[in-house]
Structure formats: structure tokens, C-alpha cells
Design a protein around this ligand. Structure first.
Ligand SMILES: [Zn+2]
Ligand SMILES: [Zn+2]
Length: 333
């Protein structure tokens, strides 16, 4: 996800991961107008192309976690991202089993498979922190997040790997893997999905080889994957805006990490330029990446059947629903 605030907040990001990225989760709580819902639903039913593409968006859980499912339906999404609780507190109230059932029923009712839902981890966590207290709290939180996934019938969980905060990248990578291995011991089955980063501040995972190094240290390779964020990749220096850039990036990813690990994509244009290392999301086609890269993405067979999740700021008349429609309109088969 990308921060919407500038200057000072960006500087503070170095010290505190919570400030690096923030989604104004409540800003998406408003419902689209009735007319727009109908238009979107018609569009969804009428879609004949892009059947293998599961495009959706990061949606709000305001009012209850099951609301995320309804919000996804309203915008015509076929996949979605969500937080599993407040981004403000380390300790969240226990998940109400009735709420978990309600969420699972909503997913079943609207035909969302768990493979197309990718919860996003709390920004409070830094599993790579050299500070013992932060690391310990992050470990506990990661276990809690994975346990919540299990209770909600989810199968995968997306995580910003961590930030070295003055320690070496190597030490940071070891701690991240340690936290993941610990969480895997404590919780059954859930796949931990590492998100590539923009390289902002001391974050680790901007370069594919850093993701590979973490995966190498995760004991159960069946329980680790990667989510590629297009804005982060571009900001980290992977030029997907150029002709053939998407294919080149995927080939490099395949060589360094392996496409078998690719679980999802975060679809975001970038406010910042190539290699700027800034995590600043822009609406699809409105940023430095540009629309042709997104046309290549939605026509890329290697990205079939995985969640392709928007985390864009949105603007009047070009919110998630319209951006999803635009992306489906670019699908050639
Ligand atoms: Zn981001
Ligand atoms: Zn993210």
C-alpha cells in the first residue's frame, strides 16, 4: 500500500514502519451510488473477456470484516485484499467466532475462493527489527494474524517483510525468516506471502534476491510465496513501463525467485519515477508506469488465476470500480 502523506511523514517512515504505508481504510467505507452499482454489476455479468483474471481491490472492513466481501461485490471485484483488524493497536480483541462464520458465509455466497483473497498484514509489525521488544511483539502479532486467517477460512497472508533499522540486511533477513518459521510452527497451513518493497528507508525486499534469501531460510517452502506490487517494483528500479518491461520483470523474477512462488500482484501505478524508492501509489494509467504496462499485465498468462489487487488512491469518477472496469476492458481474451 502507499502512503498519501508527504514530506515529514516520509522522513519519519525510516523510523517507524507504520508511517511508511497507510491506507485510509475508512475512506472507502462510502458506498457507490445505486446507479453505479447496477452499471458495475451489469459490466461484471456481461464480461466475456478476462475470465482467467481475478482483478479486485483492497477493501474496507469498517462495520465488520464480512463487509469487505460486500464491498468487493459492489465494485465488481473478483478478488480482494483486506486488513484483519485495526492498524493502530498491537493487541486486537479476539475474533468473534460468529463474525468469522459470517465472513465465510459471505465469501461462499458471492463465490470468492480463498485463493483469491489476500489479507494484508498490520503495518505495526517489523519482523526484521533489531530491537528485541519490537521483534518480540511482531512475532506475537504474526502468529495472531495467521491464526485469524485460519479462523476466517483464509489460506494465505501478505506481509511487508521488514526493515533493518540500522542493522545489516543479512541480519534483518535472518530475523524475518525466524519470525515466519516461528509463526508456521504455531499455526497450521497458512501460506505467508512476502510483498516486494520499493526500497524506501531501510525496508528489505525491494530486490528480488532479498526475497529469495528470505525464502531460502523458511523451512516449509510450501508455506511461503510472493506478492509483486507493481508500484514497488517500479520504484525499486524494475522498468515495467518500457515495451516488454512486464515480461522482462517476470523473467527476472522467475530466474531469481521462481514463478512457482508468485501468489498475487498488487496493481498500482506509481507517483514516483523509476528507481525513486518512494512508496507512492497512483491510479491505474495516471502515474509514471502508464497504461500499457497494465495492458500487458492483464494479458499475461503467467498471471492467470491469482489475485490482482488494486491499492490505488482513487479520484472522483475513477474509483476502484472504474479502474477494475478499465482493466477488464484491456483483456484480449
Ligand atoms: Zn505501497
Ligand atoms: Zn503492502
Amino acid at each position: 500500500m502507499g502512503p498519501r502523506r508527504k514530506g515529514e511523514k516520509r522522513r519519519k517512515a525510516e523510523e517507524n514502519l507504520t508511517k511508511v504505508d497507510e491506507i485510509a481504510d475508512t475512506s472507502r467505507a462510502e458506498k457507490p451510488s445505486e446507479g453505479r452499482i447496477n452499471d458495475v454489476m451489469r459490466g461484471k455479468k456481461g464480461r466475456t473477456k478476462g475470465r482467467k483474471k481475478f482483478i479486485g481491490a483492497h477493501v474496507s472492513i469498517a462495520g465488520g470484516i464480512w463487509k469487505a466481501v460486500e464491498a468487493s461485490v459492489d465494485i465488481g471485484g473478483r478478488s480482494f485484499g483486506l486488513f484483519l483488524g485495526s492498524q493502530r493497536c498491537w493487541q486486537r480483541p479476539a475474533l468473534d467466532p460468529d463474525v468469522a462464520v459470517k465472513f465465510q458465509e459471505a465469501c461462499a455466497q458471492h463465490g470468492f475462493d480463498s485463493a483469491h483473497i489476500l489479507p494484508h498484514g498490520s503495518y505495526l509489525m517489523n519482523c526484521g527489527s533489531p530491537k528485541e521488544d519490537v521483534f518480540a511483539r511482531s512475532q506475537v502479532m504474526l502468529v495472531d494474524e495467521l491464526s485469524r486467517c485460519s479462523a476466517l477460512g483464509l489460506t494465505q497472508f501478505n506481509l511487508h517483510p521488514g526493515a533493518s533499522m540500522g542493522s545489516s540486511t543479512e541480519e534483518c533477513i535472518k530475523r524475518i525468516a525466524q519470525a515466519i518459521n516461528h509463526a508456521h510452527q504455531q499455526t497450521p497451513a497458512i501460506v505467508t506471502v512476502l510483498e516486494n518493497m520499493s526500497g524506501q528507508g531501510s525496508t528489505v525486499g525491494g530486490q528480488f534476491n532479498e526475497l529469495k534469501s528470505i525464502i531460502d531460510l523458511v523451512r516449509d517452502k510450501t508455506r511461503v510465496g510472493v506478492c509483486l506490487d507493481t508500484c514497488h517494483a517500479f520504484a525499486a528500479g524494475y522498468d515495467i513501463s518500457s515495451t516488454g518491461g512486464v515480461k522482462s520483470m517476470l523473467e527476472e523474477f522467475d530466474q531469481v525467485v521462481g514463478l512457482n512462488y508468485l501468489r498475487a500482484v498488487h496493481l498500482n501505478d506509481s507517483k514516483g519515477k523509476l528507481g525513486c524508492h518512494l512508496d507512492r501509489h497512483e491510479d491505474i494509467g495516471q502515474g509514471q508506469i502508464g497504461i500499457s504496462a497494465f495492458r500487458d499485465i492483464v494479458n499475461e498468462p503467467r498471471l492467470d488465476n491469482i489475485p490482482l489487487i488494486l491499492e490505488t488512491p482513487g479520484r472522483p469518477g475513477f474509483e476502484y470500480a472504474e479502474q477494475i472496469q478499465l482493466l477488464y476492458s484491456l483483456c484480449e481474451d
